[in-house]
Design a protein around this ligand. Structure first.
Ligand SMILES: Cc1ncc(COP(=O)(O)O)c(C=O)c1O
Length: 405
């Protein structure tokens, strides 16, 4: 009889995966996948071949003769990119390359959090952060987020109340530039307010900017790190701008944190080939790639919004995001999106229910749709199918004749 490892594993681990992966659903609106049509496969192939023929022998060493912070030419590229797109002044010594920004998040959490600590986050948030914080057994204090980002007036009151109770948060985590899931961009005024509060209460700020380069008109305020480069740790990624499968992200921080993260990063270096090919490709092509990716993503967003308006009518509400890959949709209170997701999944329509992306009381009215991966025909057909399932389950949208109301 086969040994059952479930009898041997530690207690209190996250629930195991129910089954091996069995393929993507036909209508895939979940996760943060990218647009396959925008992937510059030919140029990436050439970049890979060029860099390997020139420097391939450095693969014989751990860390490619660049040290544990990662491939130096990619860090050099990032110094220029961060200045140009996010207003950040930094040096290559302030950058640590990671295996996706998720590794950065894990390392920062390991360095800064202990069980029972308190952290401040935005109320609607990245599911990967909510689940990590739950697992780490820390207390989360959630602040509302609107079209202009985290409500810093509420943050001020909250910090004051926590201080009265003798509680000093371990960090303030924010996704200020193209927030996940709402898509909002925090105003400059609120950024400055947030930094002032962080300095006043001496609390580290954890800035996660993985969608920041996906803004249709390119307009955005400087990063929080650009406003304070000693108290902010900034995390970014190539997942959304180039490809998530490459698993390359980065941390920008003062050496007092980078040095500590290095001691916790025990993987002997993140994947080298990915870093080499990204540096080679991005040096020449990043700007032009980003411009065309944003055009393609905007077309998909427009298609999604048209389909939602057509299929759900006034039952669906959303704020048009200025960039990114997600639409955050609110349905009437009679709809439970967790149940909708379960029923839809059986019919090959995958959506993220609001309860996994928000601590709002009415989170179950929300759903998050990623529009980057499906093509425009699939977006249209998928939304029509979702509306049909939602109508059958919840009577929403209400159909009068053939049109939704
Ligand atoms: C806000 C946010 N941070 C971090 C990540 C992790 O991205 P990656 O590890 O692919 O860089 C995601 C992924 O969707 C995200 O939405």
């Amino acid at each position: 009889m086969a040994f059952d490892f479930s009898t041997a594993v530690k207690k209190n681990l996250p629930a195991p995966s129910a089954a091996p992966w069995s393929g993507f659903p036909t209508y895939n609106f979940v996760g943060g996948h990218n647009d396959p049509g925008s992937l510059p496969v030919d140029k990436l192939t050439r970049a890979c071949s060029d860099v390997l023929s020139r420097e391939g022998k450095t693969l014989a060493t751990y860390s490619l003769e660049s040290g544990p912070q990662g491939y130096l030419p990619l860090r050099e590229f990032l110094v220029g990119k961060l200045k140009k797109y996010s207003g950040i002044d930094c040096t290559t010594d302030q950058i640590l390359l990671n295996s996706g920004s998720l590794q950065a998040i894990d390392l920062i959490n390991e360095a800064l959090l202990a069980p029972k600590d308190t952290v401040i986050i935005e109320k609607s948030n990245y599911g990967g952060v909510i689940s990590r914080l739950n697992r780490l057994n820390v207390n989360t204090v959630a602040i509302d987020v609107d079209q202009h980002g985290m409500r810093t007036d509420q943050l001020a009151t909250t910090l004051d109340q926590l201080a009265d109770r003798g509680i000093k948060p371990a960090y303030i985590y924010s996704i200020p530039t193209v927030h996940n899931p709402t898509g909002s961009i925090m105003s400059l005024e609120r950024r400055e307010h947030l930094i002032r509060l962080a300095v006043e209460y001496s609390i580290p700020v954890f800035e996660d900017e993985c969608y920041a380069d996906l803004i249709w008109d390119g307009k955005r305020p400087p990063a929080l790190y650009a406003l304070n480069n000693s108290q902010v740790v900034h995390v970014g990624s190539f997942s959304k701008t180039i490809a998530p499968a490459l698993r390359v992200g980065y941390t920008v921080a003062d050496w007092s944190l980078i040095g500590q993260l290095l001691s916790l990063k025990t993987d002997a270096g993140s994947g080298a080939l990915e870093q080499m090919l990204l540096a080679e490709y991005c040096r020449e092509h990043f700007d032009e790639h980003l411009a065309s990716l944003n055009v393609n993503l905007k077309t998909k967003l427009d298609t999604l919004c048209d389909a939602i308006d057509r299929e759900f009518g006034t039952s669906a509400e959303y704020t048009l995001p200025p960039g990114g890959i997600f639409l955050w949709v609110k349905l009437p209170e009679t709809v439970d999106t967790a149940r909708l997701a379960t029923v839809a999944e059986k019919q090959s329509v995958a959506i993220n229910p609001g309860c996994e992306w928000s601590l709002e009381e009415n989170a179950n009215q929300y759903l998050r749709l990623c529009f980057a991966n499906p093509d425009v025909d699939t977006i249209e057909a998928g939304v029509a199918k979702l509306a049909e399932i939602c109508h059958r389950e919840f009577g929403v949208p209400v159909y009068a004749g053939n049109t939704p109301q």
